[in-house]
Design a protein around this ligand. Sequence first.
Ligand SMILES: C[S@@+](CC[C@H](N)C(=O)[O-])C[C@H]1O[C@@H](n2cnc3c(N)ncnc32)[C@H](O)[C@@H]1O
Length: 185
Amino acid sequence: MSDEQKWNARYRQSGELPAPANVLLENAHLLPESGRSLDLACGLGANARYLSGLGLESHAWDLSAIAIDRIRNETPGVLVQARDVTAQPPEPSTFDVIVVAHFLDRDLCAAISAALQPGGLLFYQTFSREAVNAIGPGNPAFRLAPNELLRLFGDLRLVVYREEGRIGNLSKGYRDLVHYVGMKL
Ligand SMILES: C[S@@+](CC[C@H](N)C(=O)[O-])C[C@H]1O[C@@H](n2cnc3c(N)ncnc32)[C@H](O)[C@@H]1O
């Protein structure tokens, strides 16, 4: 089964729209008032819908035509594309805001960074290998090593970083996920 078939099957079954990513909600004060945003590998497009509601020109791309159709039907203001971002990454200097949540393709990071306009912001949130709970992908290749996003986006100015790993009281804090916001210089 291809990745596209796998995700289409999952979205055929799952009706629930997730909340926007915390990295976006908690740092929404950093967003520009206008501009072009991209929710890359958007799934059901929670981040794109949120950004559209804030008045940005909101684009949402995902491999799954099922997920994309649902966004198109439910939130016509979001500009959707069924698009394999590995085969067709975003073009250079085309977005003011890019959000990537729960998706990791290391080979795409240079293109994501290049797709930001100067001053543009990347909001990234995905799973850490140093997890506390059994959520997210089982394959460590799809999870971040410590500090890895800092290395993958070393060309951006660091704005926000949160990665708690397994340090301290594991029943508290924000675990399992890494939060990153960076700005294109
Ligand atoms: C775990 S889901 C995350 C969805 C969404 N970002 C969220 O946080 O709710 C991963 C998404 O990546 C998409 N995806 C996987 N490979 C992709 C590719 N090469 N191009 C575009 N989307 C891809 C899948 O279709 C799926 O919707």
